[in-house]
Structures are given as structure tokens and as C-alpha cells.
Design a protein around this ligand. Structure first.
Ligand code: NAP
Length: 249
């Protein structure tokens, strides 16, 4: 992809400290974006991401907030935007997410709420302020990281599947609202990707049902996200692209 270096243009990646988010930060840096690396609690990992980003001669700034906590988002992200009126966030990647699996029979209310809050309220809290500015600028790229679980539904993940399915709906609805302002809204739906989130899930147990016979890498997800975040994806919106090695939905 051709680097499109704009000194004051930023991309915000939620959950940029580790895994898929970190790989996305690197790809967007390679494209010439300065990166706002959001993290929740793992500052050391976020600092490592920032170092990787800076290798591409762009700026990396850390923004700590829990996406589910609107007060924290307002106190950090909204404040940053107010303090940097000439630094538009052109690209928003809603990547932060977590799972807390249990069969529904045993699912505690607190785990139901926590997963929905991070994935759904998080989308609202972060997207609302960023997207308002995109509307003014009449340009923007929003990519939501959802999951195969949100398409197919996975046993033991009613909370996570519901949350990701909600964001697929939000992606399609918002895409239709903002197309006129040249803002695109898409989603990527990874299958099994090797990150901390899938630690403990045995690859060899699932290999036989994945046509490409392996788990994916964060970089493979980040490549698709980078395309959707680029000017080249100008006529793609409201889509959900699966990145799952052919694992059928
Ligand atoms: P990961 O390795 O567990 O990393 C999660 C990232 O999200 C970390 O950067 C973490 O920050 C951040 N995060 C978690 N809760 C947050 C919160 N409340 N506020 C802000 N940041 C928060 O996960 P991953 O595998 O890279 O997953 C990234 C995205 O892909 C998630 O949305 C996940 O649901 C989705 N996904 C993953 C897979 C997979 O197989 N790995 C498959 C389908 C979808 P800290 O470092 O500060 O904790």
C-alpha cells in the first residue's frame, strides 16, 4: 500500500496494546498515519506497540481508557480531540474486546454485562465523538472488529456472540447513515487467531474443521483492516469480511 503521509492525521486503535490491535497499529503506521494507541490496563504492552509504530517515522500516543467507561473516554479521548483541533482522527478501529465464556445455564449476570458493555457500550462511547468530527471533515474510515461468533453464534458464548452480532447490525446501519459524508463503516470477523485471547484453545483440536488447517495471525487480520481503512476501499461500506481460513459460517 502506498504510504500516504499526512503530518497531522491520526488513526485511533482501541485495544492497540496487544494482539490484533497491535498488528493493526503497525499496518496503519506503515500507511503514514500517526497512531493513538488505546489500552485498558497493560501500559507496558502499549509502550511496546508505540515503539513499533515509531519505527515507521510517525507519532504514537498512548491513551488509557476503558472503552466501556464513558467518563474515562470523555476525560481522555474527547479531551485529546479538544486539545488537538487540527489533528483529525481519520481512521477509527474499534478493536478492544474481551470474552468471558460460560454455558448460558451458568452465565453470571456480571459476565453477561461485562462482555456486552465492553463490546457494545464501548462502540458507542468511542465512535460517537470521533464520528462527529469525521462528519464535519466529510471523510472517515471506521472498521469494527467483530467475530465469527457474531455471525454463527458459538456455544458457551451467548454474551460474546450477542455483543458481536449487535456490532454487525450497528455497522450496517451506520454505514447507511453516513455514506453521503464519504465515511465508510465496515467490519471484519476473525475466526481463530493466535493471540492472548485464544491462549488455551488447542489449535490441533480445531485444525481439521478449518479448510486452511491452521489458526490465523494478527497480521493477516490487520492486512484486511488496513485495506478497509485505506482510501482504496472507497466503494466498500456496510460489509462484514470474514477472516477465518474458510471456516464455514
Ligand atoms: P487480546 O490479545 O486479548 O487483546 C485485547 C486488547 O483489547 C488489549 O489491547 C486490551 O488492552 C484491549 N481491551 C480489552 N478490554 C478493553 C477495554 N475495556 N477498554 C480498552 N481496551 C480493552 O485480544 P485479540 O485476540 O487481539 O482481540 C482483538 C479483537 O478481535 C477483539 O475485539 C476480539 O473480540 C476480536 N476477535 C479475536 C479473535 C481471536 O481469535 N483472537 C477472534 C474473533 C474476534 P490491555 O492490553 O490494556 O488489556
Amino acid at each position: 500500500m502506498t504510504p500516504d503521509t499526512h503530518e497531522n492525521k491520526y488513526a485511533l486503535v482501541t485495544g492497540g496494546s496487544r494482539g490484533i490491535g497491535r498488528a493493526i497499529c503497525e499496518k496503519l503506521a506503515e500507511m503514514g498515519y500517526n497512531i493513538l494507541v488505546n489500552y485498558n490496563s497493560n501500559k507496558t504492552a502499549a509502550q511496546e506497540t508505540a515503539k513499533l509504530v515509531e519505527q515507521y517515522h510517525v507519532k504514537a500516543e498512548l491513551l488509557q481508557f476503558d472503552v466501556a467507561n464513558k467518563a474515562q473516554v470523555d476525560a481522555t479521548l474527547v479531551k485529546w480531540m479538544e486539545e488537538h483541533p487540527d489533528s483529525p482522527i481519520e481512521v477509527l478501529i474499534n478493536n478492544a474486546g474481551f470474552r468471558k465464556d460460560a454455558l448460558f445455564m451458568w452465565m453470571e449476570e456480571e459476565n453477561w454485562d461485562a462482555v456486552l458493555n465492553v463490546n457494545i457500550a464501548g462502540f458507542y462511547n468511542v465512535t460517537k465523538p470521533v464520528f462527529g468530527k469525521m462528519l464535519t471533515n466529510r471523510y472517515g474510515r471506521i472498521v469494527n472488529v467483530v467475530s465469527l461468533s457474531g455471525i454463527k453464534g458459538m456455544p458457551g458464548q451467548t454474551n460474546y456472540s450477542a455483543a458481536k452480532a449487535a456490532i454487525i447490525g450497528a455497522t450496517k446501519a451506520l454505514a447507511q447513515e453516513v455514506g453521503r459524508a464519504k465515511i465508510t463503516v465496515n467490519a471484519v470477523a476473525p475466526g481463530f487467531i493466535k493471540t492472548d485471547m485464544t491462549e488455551g484453545i488447542e489449535e490441533k483440536q480445531y485444525r481439521s474443521i478449518i479448510p486452511l488447517r491452521r489458526f490465523g495471525t494478527s497480521e493477516e487480520v490487520a492486512d484486511v483492516v488496513a485495506f478497509l481503512a485505506s482510501p482504496k476501499a472507497s466503494y466498500v461500506t456496510g460489509e462484514v469480511i470474514s477472516i477465518n481460513g474458510g471456516l464455514h459460517t
